[in-house]
Design a protein around this ligand. Structure first.
Ligand code: AMP
Length: 279
């Protein structure tokens, strides 16, 4: 496995590859778990060279405590990447990607950022899009893999890739979960056993929505689920939205199968978790 710390070395290595090799790219912030590894496994099946980046991108955090406490487990991450035979790892320092005092770029998202993460975490998607564009331009992959766990991010990346006219196929990969149903997340590392158990309410609620969509209207189902959270004082619900997968706008009536997504963000012991279900 090749490890590069600078874009200059990484680019020169990628440029030395034979033309026609299919390059896949998986951007991550590290503290890798089986969710990340499933993106890499899928990339390995569909390409000749798999590049993974580990970079905790400061511009996408709007909460300095969240950035500071973000788990960093580089040695374990590299062990896991070697084990699954990732070909190339890019570990940039902040200065390799950003100039001093550089501001994030402003993107147009066609309303995809209006609700959920875009509403609760102002500037978050400009930070994500800024770093993903930089990484795309350095690596110039044929395919990039993103998790459906961050469904709004996935849709936004598909949108800006088109907008920037980049010839990169964006593939969304289903969410990998713990046995309890809890979506795997680097932030789960900050939770105690008892918090992990309590956090399962998030996925249970999403499944409940999927299974009860014909029994209740969208509004009733939302109200009912919000009440469920109110009965669990440890879990602070930030939002519960049912939106169209295509435009991420809240729906009043269910769309056709596969175009409805229920999305939740909730905080437990200062750890913010998100999850969603497509139905
Ligand atoms: P992160 O390191 O959190 O920025 O995530 C890097 C990539 O892994 C993103 O595309 C995430 O959507 C994806 N990812 C994170 N958690 C999961 C999961 N549980 N299942 C599948 N993909 C995931």
């Amino acid at each position: 496995m090749k490890i590069f710390k600078t874009k200059v070395e990484l680019k020169s290595y990628l440029n030395s590859q034979d033309e026609g090799r299919v390059i896949s790219f998986i951007p991550t912030m590290g503290a890798l778990h089986n969710g990340h590894l499933s993106l890499i496994s899928q990339a390995k099946q569909n390409s000749d060279l798999v590049v993974c980046s580990i970079f905790v991108n400061p511009t996408q955090f709007n909460n300095s405590e969240d950035l500071e406490k973000y788990p960093r487990t580089l040695d374990e991450d590299l062990r896991a990447l070697r084990y699954i035979k990732c070909d190339v790892v890019y570990l940039p320092a902040i200065s390799d990607l950003y100039n001093e005092n550089e501001q994030v770029k402003q993107f147009q998202y066609n309303g995809l950022d209006e609700f959920m993460e875009g509403k609760g975490r102002r500037g978050h998607f400009d930070g994500v899009a800024t770093v993903v564009e930089k990484l795309f331009r350095i690596i110039n992959p044929n395919i990039a893999y993103f998790g459906q766990k961050d469904i709004q991010q996935l849709q936004i990346i598909k949108h800006i890739t088109k907008q920037l006219n980049l010839d990169i196929e964006i593939i969304g990969v289903p969410t990998i979960r713990e046995e309890s149903g809890l979506a795997m997340s680097s932030r789960n590392k900050r939770l105690s056993e008892s918090d992990l158990e309590k956090a399962t309410l998030i996925y249970k609620t999403l499944v409940f929505i999927k299974e009860n969509k014909y029994k209740y209207s969208v509004e009733k189902l939302k109200d009912f689920c919000v009440e469920k959270f109110e009965r669990h004082a440890d879990l602070d619900l930030e939002y519960l939205e049912i939106v169209s997968l295509k435009n991420l706008q809240p729906i009043k009536k269910y769309n056709e199968k596969g175009d409805n997504v229920a999305c939740i963000a909730a905080t437990i012991n200062s750890v913010r978790l998100i999850d969603n279900i497509i139905f």
